[in-house]
Ligand binder design. Sequence first.
Ligand SMILES: NC(=O)c1ccc[n+]([C@@H]2O[C@H](COP(=O)([O-])OP(=O)(O)OC[C@H]3O[C@@H](n4cnc5c(N)ncnc54)[C@H](OP(=O)(O)O)[C@@H]3O)[C@@H](O)[C@H]2O)c1
Length: 370
Amino acid sequence: MLSRRRLLAALPASALLASVPSWQLLAASMNERFRAWEVGEKGGFDTLRMVERTQKPLDDFEVAIKVNMCSLNARDQAIVKGWFLEDKPDDLIPLTSGCGEVVATGARVTRVAAGDRVTSAHFSQWVDGLWDPVKAYAADIGNTVDGWLTEQATMTESGLVKLPDNVSDQTGASIASAGVTTWQALHHVARVKPGDTVLSLGTGGVSTWGVQLAKMAGARVVVTSSSDDKLKRMRELGADITINYKKTPDWGKAVMEQTGGQGANIVLENVGRLTLDQSLMASANNATVILIGTGRLPKDLPKMPGFYMKNITMKAISNASRTMLEEMVAAISANQVDSVIDKTFAFEDVVEAFEYMSSSKHMGKILIKV
Ligand SMILES: NC(=O)c1ccc[n+]([C@@H]2O[C@H](COP(=O)([O-])OP(=O)(O)OC[C@H]3O[C@@H](n4cnc5c(N)ncnc54)[C@H](OP(=O)(O)O)[C@@H]3O)[C@@H](O)[C@H]2O)c1
């Protein structure tokens, strides 16, 4: 009988290729073992734990990605602390946004190939059309399935979006949550156009994209913040009117005054019901208010001033589809716009990165270099 080695040597190359799963053929740079962070006991940021994992064989539609960078989003803090929706398994890898290079593909993957630089839609099975929670939560990166805080990620091809060469890792790793939510708000919900006035609350990931995308569309932008220094930087980014909400608690009225009594016809409500009354005060007639922030509840119910009299449309949104992410990537590539990055931490320093985010010192995005 022929030994296995001699049998392989006797076979033509095509027969050899056919006998090996295709994901293994592309796996030259795929690591067998890699480091990842898991949420652990979810007691706080310091219960995150670093582990070593073994790469599992890829299913037909799965893709292995060598992660270059990932970024923190507001909800990642809640996931790590165990406050976000239902309880998560201890071995969940967190983080919603990231980017990396494809190193291996499952046998039936057609949308990407080894060597492609990619990010993924946050809800990797919401490809197009209207919001559908069943599709969205079936594979919500860093929440219902493993996320980006790992040296090597396995994701399904349905959510992946290729990054053009002129979209940096820093930007590619930080648009799948705050960035594309803002894209959906401005382009799909409010249909922003030149001459519009957009009010964007705060100076975090959503608001810095709010300024950049609204300016790209020819709108005038109003920003609120607790910090004069951050407001100065938001003006440098393109904001036209800036208001310190600590010094001017009645900032809704101030927006009206500083827009010549018109108000904002698009409001990115990036905080939550805590600021809703002031946002409605700042709204123009027929304004669209997009509820993005999921933050704290006020002690009193919002009084909703002007909601009826101004005929305001209010719509809540949950992130965005893959198609919307593709649109945004094309737009920022064509316009050469990048994420605003506050600080980059090493993979080993992720606890410090989360603590820095919760101190609210940042403006824009916080990155992890993997
Ligand atoms: N619906 C969705 O799909 C979706 C997607 C992404 C994010 N979100 C939510 O949107 C919110 C913002 O996300 P992010 O990534 O931008 O968070 P972030 O980077 O942590 O920024 C939060 C910002 O909130 C601002 N803020 C807090 N209280 C404020 C107030 N009273 N008035 C005005 N601004 C205030 C702070 O501004 P200053 O520090 O300048 O004062 C800070 O910049 C979070 O609640 C997040 O969960 C929702």
